[in-house]
Design a protein around this ligand. Structure first.
Ligand code: IMP
Ligand code: MG
Length: 191
């Protein structure tokens, strides 16, 4: 009970869960406002079009559920799941598709809906993979863009927030599959 009840921890908003301090980085209200803005932009840019929203499971499930209701044009949905091989801390850049799209995207406008861009390797792989299927175009909508040095530049057309290089959880994002249902984005102190 009262899991999401925030309090002041050393002057910062957060909560204690499983003996871990989780500090709020982006609160519920900020998320709601920004998602609304992004939805409005996409609605405007895709007027008279009907893009496919491709969501990358599982981290994007809350983001896509919220943003799709702010996109006021006809859209369709498809879902992919990917996993990175290799060392758990440093993504290897080798991405494996564990669940592919159900439908063809040939000649379609595609918007990838992603939760977070870290090294950018997953996104780069996805863009290349989807481009090879001859869509009309592929754009990216990502809620969070982590401040990490990257070799290749990512073109995130619709970006929610720039965040510091911290491991974040909540609003769909997990740490060992936990914390996804937190209504805010926060980071675990000392992790
Ligand atoms: P990238 O390939 O390094 O950009 O990693 C992207 C994927 O790693 C994201 O789609 C997330 O699933 C996961 N990820 C990266 N950073 C975080 C984080 O801070 N919290 C939770 N998941 C993360
Ligand atoms: Mg992801």
């Amino acid at each position: 009970m009262g899991l999401f009840k925030l309090k002041k921890i050393k002057g910062e908003k957060g909560l204690i869960y499983n003996n871990k301090k989780i500090i709020v980085l982006i609160d519920e209200k900020q998320l709601k406002e920004r998602v609304k803005e992004l939805g409005r932009k996409i609605t405007k840019d895709y007027e008279d079009k009907s893009p496919v929203l491709v969501s990358v499971l599982r981290g994007s499930f809350i983001f896509i559920a919220d943003i799709c209701r702010e996109i006021k044009i006809p859209v369709t949905f498809d879902f992919m799941a990917v996993s990175s091989y290799g060392d758990s801390k440093v993504s290897s850049g080798i991405v494996r598709i564990t669940k592919d799209l159900e439908f063809s995207i040939e000649n379609k406008e595609v918007i990838i809906i992603e939760d977070i861009i870290d090294s950018g390797r997953t996104l780069n792989y996805l863009i290349k993979n989807l481009q090879a299927r001859n869509p009309k175009n592929v754009e990216v909508c990502a809620l969070l863009d982590k401040d990490v040095p990257r070799k290749t530049k990512n073109n995130i057309k619709y970006k929610g927030f720039d965040i510091p290089n911290k491991f974040v959880v909540g609003y769909g994002l997990d740490f060992a599959e936990k914390y996804r249902n937190f209504p805010f984005v926060g980071y675990i102190e000392n992790e």
